[in-house]
Design a protein around this ligand. Structure first.
Ligand SMILES: CC(C)(COP(=O)(O)OP(=O)(O)OC[C@H]1O[C@@H](n2cnc3c(N)ncnc32)[C@H](O)[C@@H]1OP(=O)(O)O)[C@@H](O)C(=O)NCCC(=O)NCCS
Length: 472
């Protein structure tokens, strides 16, 4: 093998290995219909760690009954080797490594490699991967003009959904999901171009010139550079800010089958191209119950306005008749302290110290809110702890990001997780298009009525008021 061949081999991503499948337990479960006496045998599937799952895949064909679980609170939609969460004990592992270790001792680029390829990279593999990502950060020149189609005041997440979806039109040569080389190139392009797109969305809103990515900067430094540099001045990203940014990206890199990742998997299950799937993930992330929460935290702190008003808002959060919720508190999976929040809490103090921020009224409100909520009976009994969005919102504000950019930064960090899950999903030999079922509760079959036979009392007008709850 020549020296060049060896070099090329070292530069390749690890070979794709067959995905592990859950193990069938010796125990079998029997569901008994007590009226008819019919029995349905179900396998029990075991993962490496964590809860086992009953295998309902053949249940409908045997029983003609569905399993009802809106919100998927008891449903495993896939098996995965990427991320493990133990919400009761506040544990988050990527490929077996704890999020605390990755955030304290690793960096974002090696976290990306780990999520995508399953192992931490060697020194050489890391350099090559960083080179590969660094050399895909620029956007097609014509794609830059795409931004002009948006209003200057457009929400940057709206721009992200549009521009990332449009990548499939600009990089059509990497949309064939049956070609592993194209898939890998699309994965690298997405990870590489997201900071550029996010930064340009911001620059466009300001009416400032787009700053080209710099290959001598790290991923996090480059992101800060493209966001905050201007052509007229030198800009050197502060090491503390770059470290905090890198940490925020690591902490958002993946979180197993959350709403946006499940959206990416569902969109991709039809064979849709990776750019379209990631655009779908961005759209899902935007909602305030998901990635939009960090923006909502800041809006809530502004609404509270003063420490003296906190009890009033705590009272509202406790009131069952008031839809108000304390943003940045609670999590579907963590019923303990979110381990990412613990790491970010520390970064939060480092950043504020570096920036010399001691007396920020919003920060005072945030810290007091955290203190009270952690001692309040309602929050303790419902296991509502501050989540990652609570602290990321505070740090990002201190770093100078406008609130409407918070979810964009989340999307940038999460792209690798979406791509890793998309890759896992398309490589799964038994993959099926995602197609949930439903319990139909509408009208029974009825005959079509000609116009003159219909009720003319404008029922359809009355029906429109159903939508009023949305704005109330
Ligand atoms: C994240 C979230 C959607 C999880 O929701 P979930 O798992 O479906 O939990 P539920 O909505 O069933 O909440 C369980 C109980 O806690 C209450 N609760 C949950 N989050 C709450 C909050 N932030 N403030 C006040 N009460 C809250 C609910 O009212 C519910 O009370 P009930 O048992 O009396 O009905 C929810 O905690 C929330 O809306 N948090 C604020 C938004 C946020 O920070 N999202 C970011 C998540 S990373």
């Amino acid at each position: 093998m020549s020296k060049n061949d060896k070099q090329d081999k070292a530069n390749q991503a690890p070979p794709i290995t067959q995905m592990k499948t859950p193990k069938v337990d010796e125990k079998r479960f029997v569901l008994t219909d007590k009226v008819s006496g019919n029995e349905y045998e179900l396998d029990l599937l075991n993962g490496t760690v964590g809860p086992s799952a009953l295998d309902f895949r053949n249940f409908y064909s045997q029983s003609k009954m569905f399993v009802y679980d809106p919100g998927f609170t008891s449903t495993a939609s896939c098996s995965s080797e990427i991320t493990f969460i133990d919400g009761d004990n506040g544990v988050l592992l990527h490929r077996g490594y704890s999020i605390e270790d990755l955030a304290m001792h690793g960096d974002y680029i090696e976290t990306c490699y780990l999520l995508l390829y399953g192992e931490l990279p060697s020194e050489r593999a890391k350099q090559q991967f960083a080179y590969e990502i660094g050399h895909h950060t620029m956007l097609h020149d014509q794609l830059m003009t795409f931004f002009q189609g948006f209003l200057r005041g457009a929400h940057p997440m709206a721009i992200m959904v549009g521009v990332v979806g449009a990548l499939s039109a600009f990089y059509h040569d990497t949309t064939d999901i049956n070609d592993p080389q194209q898939c890998m190139a699309a994965a690298h392009r997405l990870i590489a171009k997201m900071p550029t797109i996010g930064a340009y969305a911001y620059k466009y809103s300001l009416g400032q010139q787009f700053m080209f990515p710099q290959n001598n900067l790290s991923y996090a430094e480059n992101l800060l550079y493209m966001m905050f540099a201007i052509p007229a001045e030198d800009y050197v990203p502060s090491p503390v800010m770059a470290k905090a940014m890198d940490r925020i990206l690591i902490l958002h890199a993946d979180h197993e089958q959350n709403a946006s990742t499940s959206t990416v998997r569902l969109a991709g299950s039809s064979g849709a191209n990776p750019f379209a799937c990631i655009a779908a993930g961005i759209a899902s992330l935007w909602g305030p119950a998901h990635g939009g929460a960090n923006e909502a935290v800041l809006q809530m702190l502004e609404e509270i306005g003063d420490v003296s008003r906190i009890p009033e808002f705590i009272e509202r959060a406790r009131d069952k008749d008031d839809p108000f919720r304390l943003m940045g508190f609670g999590h579907r999976v963590y019923k303990n302290y979110d381990p990412r929040a613990r790491v970010l809490r520390e970064s939060c103090h480092e950043v504020l110290e570096e920036l010399g921020i001691q007396d920020d009224p919003l920060l005072d409100i945030a810290l007091e809110l955290e203190r009270i909520a952690m001692e309040d009976e309602y929050f303790i009994s419902k296991k509502l702890y501050p989540n990652v969005d609570f602290y990321s919102g505070i740090i990002l504000k201190a770093m100078g990001f406008p609130t409407n950019m918070f979810t964009v930064l989340f999307a940038i960090g999460r792209t690798v997780g979406w791509v890793a899950h998309w890759k896992e999903m398309i490589l799964e030999p038994t993959k099926k298009i995602g197609r949930p079922r439903q319990i139909y509760v509408g009208h029974e079959p009825r005959e079509f009525q000609l116009m003159n036979a219909r009720d003319q009392s404008d029922q359809s007008e009355t029906k429109k008021t159903d939508w009023k709850w949305f704005w109330s």
